[in-house]
Design a protein around this ligand. Structure first.
Ligand code: UDP
Ligand code: MG
Length: 308
């Protein structure tokens, strides 16, 4: 096979880097993959991850490090890694060994069978928390209701991409990068491989509730105009209901029925106020992202590069 790159985003994973590296090297050896690189992208870690990467890239053959100036988020770290990967085949995976290196041979044989994108589908690890499972399921259900591009539930950022898929991916300039949606959008031949997620090797999940919500909103706003259409639709419905109510009110007036007025006033003020606020909030989500795009800032900045 030609050159294989493995990209690993790292955010405070000091204890996981070496074990992952060892496992990967073992897989390379077993598979007879001699031309390979492991590219660790340090996403502004505050622990000793960067030192570990520096050390490894100085001593181990084919290990490279890329360090971003601050925490740009996993999706940006993946993008940075893809821009710097030299492989003809690129695999992205998490640092915490939840993505089993043992699956790599299967990914490669799917690539050999002609797929540009070999995605993976997670079957939950026995220890996965209820909240994580439930929120993930709800998210993908909502995503697929809203999105124009189908997004596989339980998909992860453990995937193999051919060189031409990586090049195409890098041509997508947006800042708001929901990788698992974007790769499907490209339309190259793709397939899925199932795996059982391992238990995190060390440390805690780096996805706080806040990060997960940001990720979910990025996904929804970058892959769907349907929320905006729903707002327009609800506007039409509310307007029509208002018209009917207006006719009713006028008729009541001419029939001489006195209406106390307070209830209907309060109800309409609150309902309409609520709908308007919701609508404005949603629109602002899109505007925020247009704003971010219009600034045309670089996607990330590099602090240092080691090895290779
Ligand atoms: N990660 C990152 N930047 C972040 C958050 C996470 O590079 O801001 C990395 C993290 O080090 C790991 C991968 O992204 O390699 C997935 O994160 P994690 O395992 O914490 O997510 P979970 O498996 O809990 O969804
Ligand atoms: Mg994990």
């Amino acid at each position: 096979m030609n050159k294989l790159s493995v990209i690993v985003p790292v955010f405070n994973e000091a204890e996981n880097i070496r074990p992952l590296c060892d496992k990967l090297m073992e897989v390379f050896r077993q598979q007879g993959i001699s031309d390979h690189e492991i590219l660790f992208v340090d996403d502004g870690s505050t622990d000793v991850s960067l030192e570990v990467i520096r050390e490894l890239s100085a001593t181990a053959k084919g290990v490279r490090g890329l360090s971003l100036t601050r925490n740009f988020g996993q999706q940006m770290a993946l993008y940075a890694g893809m821009e710097h990967a030299k492989g003809d085949v690129v695999i992205t995976m998490d640092a915490d060994l939840q993505h089993p290196p043992g699956l790599i041979p299967e990914l490669i044989s799917a690539y050999r069978a002609g797929y540009d994108l070999v995605n993976t589908r997670r079957r939950d690890a026995p220890g996965t928390g209820f909240f994580k499972k439930a929120s993930s399921r709800a998210f993908y259900r909502l995503m697929n209701f809203l999105s124009e591009v189908p997004i596989e539930a339980a998909s992860s950022d453990f995937r193999l991409m051919s060189r031409r898929a990586v090049d195409a991916f890098l041509k997508m300039p947006e800042r708001n990068r929901f990788t698992r949606g974007m790769v499907g959008w490209m339309g190259f031949p793709q397939t899925f491989v199932d795996y059982r997620a391992g238990i995190r090797q060390a440390g805690k999940s780096k996805y706080t509730l806040k990060k997960m919500m940001g990720f979910a909103l990025d996904g929804i706003t970058s892959f769907s105009a349907r929320p905006l259409r729903l707002i327009s639709l609800s506007g039409v419905v509310v307007f029509l209901l208002g018209m009917v109510y207006a006719v009713y009110a006028v008729v009541q007036h001419f029939l001489g029925h006195t209406v106390s007025g307070w209830t209907s006033l309060m109800v309409s003020v609150w309902i309409l106020g609520g709908i308007q606020l919701l609508a404005i909030g949603l629109i602002s989500e899109y505007i925020l992202r247009i704003f971010a795009e219009s600034k045309q800032r670089p996607h990330y900045l590099i602090r240092e590069q080691t090895g290779g």
